[in-house]
Ligand binder design. Structure first.
Ligand code: SF4
Length: 233
């Protein structure tokens, strides 16, 4: 539907822009020379271990209220920001993207061996990489949608301050079924592997304007090391 695929596999790399606009740059600058070379070594390791895969499903929108969007099949997603940006969408595109288990396992291994700095840097590198994977995938999806004459909203997701209900994570999980790329979900709504994200984008012909990314709508954007909000809204 909409010229999109339901499965994506791709190589993910942190670009210079990714590095300079996230906590990774800060980390490199504030560490000693010894740690700085370790940080770079670990970033290369994260690139080698990451296996970016994603599954997607476009679900038609049936009805919108002030704080919910109802989907075909009866499920509702409960973010008022989603309603504001995607309330006029024809469909919501639900996406789950993961880097696989290898980074999680290596972090555990470093911890078992008492290499706390290695574990810490690899965990942060994995977080930066899954964020970058999400951005790269969204660019690909936007290009495919535009080729079919459709627009899309910025991606939003449960678990950020603007979308508190982690129960919605379960709804997205059940609709997308990312078990086929090895992603499971806990009762709390947290997905495993840890370096996995869910994203929801509205698809339509006419959509309202929005900020460049979801960090502009997040209440912790000034403190979050991964924030991509350059200025307050
Ligand atoms: S600023 Fe908020 S939305 Fe952006 S990365 Fe941080 S927690 Fe997520």
């Amino acid at each position: 539907m909409y010229g999109l695929m339901d499965y994506y596999k791709f190589d993910v790399r942190l670009t210079e822009k990714d590095v300079s606009s996230t906590g990774w740059n800060c980390l490199s600058r504030t560490t000693s020379t010894y740690s700085s070379s370790l940080v770079n070594e670990i970033l290369q390791e994260a690139h080698r271990l990451a296996r970016a895969e994603a599954v997607c499903r476009a679900v038609p929108v049936v009805k919108t209220t002030g704080r919910e969007i109802f989907l075909e099949g009866g499920q509702a997603l409960t973010s008022s920001l989603l309603v504001r940006l995607a309330g006029t969408a024809r469909s919501l595109l639900l996406v789950v993207c993961t880097l696989g288990h290898m980074i999680d396992r290596r972090v555990e291994e470093y911890n078992r061996k008492g290499l706390a700095a290695h574990a810490y840097f690899l965990d942060i590198a994995g977080t930066c990489l899954i964020e970058a994977a999400g951005r790269q995938l969204v660019e690909k999806i936007k290009t495919q949608l535009e080729a079919c004459g459709f627009k899309s909203t910025i991606p939003l997701g449960p678990g950020h301050s603007y979308w508190k209900s982690l129960q919605d994570q379960r709804i997205i999980y059940d609709l997308v079924n990312p078990a086929k790329i090895g992603v499971t979900i806990l009762k709390s709504g947290i997905m495993l592997p840890k370096k996995s994200v869910s994203m929801v984008m509205g698809i339509g012909r006419e959509l309202p304007p929005s900020a460049e990314n979801h960090c502009y709508y997040c209440s912790i954007r000034r403190k979050c090391p991964l924030s991509r909000a350059r200025d307050p809204l």
